[in-house]
Design a binder for this molecule. Structure first.
Ligand code: ZN
Length: 540
């Protein structure tokens, strides 16, 4: 090779050290602090070795970006790009720091969905209730440190670039990092590219109905289709805080009364398929499950809306969660696959209490509930954090004084959470009341639970279960599952009722990702495209 070209390439390769060394150091520090140090906080697989390899990967990525900056000769363009890259690295650092040190998780699809499918009011609540002061202080501290160093360097007019010999040594170190990186290729998931990859994986269809595949359903001839099948999707309701399941505070007085009157049945040992809303709904409302995750997209599976449609039901969605504007979040996609949908948040960006679900539907339900076949879904705001804004004043029945044996810093959260569950009890009972004179079966389940300070390894944590820690995760997917059957339904479907009562008395571990099979079983469908429905139903 021509000696001139070799010299030119060497010059370009050494430019990050000779011209833009400070930029390289800033990028390296931000990425290593966020990603490599975070490895120590992850509970499984990640250890010192992983941290070192991740750090080397961060060095490689930082070097590549600095190399690119070195190729730009126009000063203004170069400065602008440098600022943009540092800003992105700073945001990446803040998010990764939060995920690693507070959630003990890598930035995964769930967190990307949480960011992408959130709305302004949810985001505000998230920051006020889910980002602790110490995280904000730590991130701000790192930023201040960088600003301070930058100012000192500027004031003293220091030149931090390396000389020729030092640059060659640095290049040697970079080469080692690149070789290690190539040998441990999979590590990129834990580095700065990971979060950006997760964002690009977010893909939702504009219309779920165009994916309807018209599955072949086999019916049980003896069973007559019920008039109303109602599904109430709750939010963040952990089973351990329901008095029906033995909680020591009376959080479910109204539902307990229905249970005493043999109108409501509660099932034990039920788990949700995920610890977050979006993921859970993808599994719960379609035949998509964790075992067939690879290959097909979630929206290519048969949805409960399509199944009910095929069975001759008209479907309705009343949602107190949903997107304002045109954003195609998972919730909206499901809602729009129904024949009719009402987004109760659309007219008002301020969160409304769940009573809006009852107020807006009561008269309508009274008109339709005696004719045809209706499938009605209510999507509640339930006990979504911030718990304290989920219920009106008169439902603030529990106060900090009711938790004398709990640590002081837990009491406020515990009382507001229990108040939100109490309000949930009132709303679910109100919805049930709309149907009580008709032939209806009403299913209530929560999308997932909450940890609520029960993880002994992290006793101050209360929110969503964290996937990196199996105990924490198990606490976060432990949900209540109720079935209410009106007297008319009970009279018309004695066999189904027998099976429901048997299951209540003989609990069986079941995951709500099989909800479509359970609903099909309830209404007398035996097979979906030749696949047995009963084998996945909780009643079997
Ligand atoms: Zn949720």
């Amino acid at each position: 090779m021509n000696e001139g070209i070799v010299k030119k390439i060497t010059n370009i390769l050494l430019r990050p050290f000779k011209e833009n060394f400070l930029f390289l150091i800033v990028l390296c520090t931000l990425t290593i602090c966020g990603h490599a140090l975070g490895c120590f906080t992850l509970k499984h697989e990640m250890n010192l070795n992983a941290a070192i390899v991740t750090a080397m990967h961060c060095v490689c990525i930082s070097y590549i970006f600095t190399l690119f900056i070195g190729l730009i000769r126009q000063k203004a363009v170069k400065k602008t790009l440098q600022t943009i890259f540092i800003l992105i690295a700073a945001i990446d650092f803040a998010i990764t720091f939060y995920c690693s040190f507070y959630l003990h998780s890598v930035f995964d699809e769930d967190i990307a969905l949480l960011i992408l499918e959130t709305d302004p009011s949810e985001a505000k609540e998230f920051f006020t209730s889910m980002v602790p002061m110490w995280v904000i202080a730590a991130v701000a501290g790192v930023f201040l440190f960088f600003i301070l160093i930058w100012q000192i360097i500027k004031r003293l007019n220091l030149r931090l670039n390396l000389g020729k010999k030092a640059s060659l040594v640095a290049m040697g170190i970079i080469t080692i990092c690149i070789i290690v990186n190539l040998c441990k290729w999979g590590i990129w998931k834990y580095g700065p590219i990971g979060p950006f990859y997760e964002f690009t994986q977010h893909e939702n269809p504009s219309d779920l109905r165009s994916y309807f595949s018209h599955p072949k359903l086999t019916f049980d001839d003896k069973e007559e289709l019920p008039t109303n099948v109602v599904l109430i999707i709750g939010e963040s309701f952990g089973r351990s805080h329901s008095s029906i399941y033995g909680y020591n505070k009376l959080t479910n007085p109204q539902l307990a009364q229905l249970k005493d009157n043999s109108l409501l049945f509660s099932f034990d040992s039920i788990n949700s398929p995920a610890h977050s809303t979006v993921q859970s709904l993808r599994y719960t409302l379609s035949t998509f499950d964790r075992s067939n995750e690879k290959g097909k997209k979630w929206y290519e599976f048969i949805s409960i809306m399509e199944l009910m449609n095929e069975c001759g039901f008209d479907s309705y969605w009343f949602g107190n969660q949903g997107r304002v504007g045109k954003h195609n979040g998972t919730t909206r996609i499901y809602a729009q696959a129904c024949d009719h949908q009402w987004f109760l948040k659309d007219d008002n960006t301020v969160d409304q209490y769940d009573i809006v679900l009852v107020d807006s539907s009561y008269q309508f339900i009274k008109q339709i509930c005696h004719k045809n076949h209706n499938f009605i879904i209510y999507h509640m705001k339930g006990s979504h954090f911030d718990y304290s804004v989920r219920y009106p004043k008169e439902f603030a029945q529990f106060s900090e004084n009711d938790y004398p044996t709990d640590p002081k810093n837990h009491r406020k959260i515990l009382s507001s959470y229990d108040n939100s569950i109490l309000y949930n009890d009132y709303i679910v009972n109100k919805i049930i009341d709309s149907f009580k004179d008709s032939e209806a079966i009403i299913i209530y389940l929560s999308d997932h639970g909450q940890v609520m300070y029960r993880n002994s390894k992290d006793p101050d944590y209360y929110a969503h279960g964290r996937e990196e820690d199996p105990d924490d995760y198990a606490l976060g997917i432990d949900i209540p599952f109720f079935i209410y059957a009106t007297p008319l339904f009970q009279q018309k479907h004695p066999q189904t009722m027998q099976r429901i009562k048997y299951r209540q008395d003989h609990p069986k571990a079941w995951n709500s990702d099989n909800l479509p099979y359970f609903i099909m079983d309830l209404i007398g469908v035996q097979e979906i495209n030749g696949e047995s429905v009963q084998s996945k139903s909780i009643l079997n």
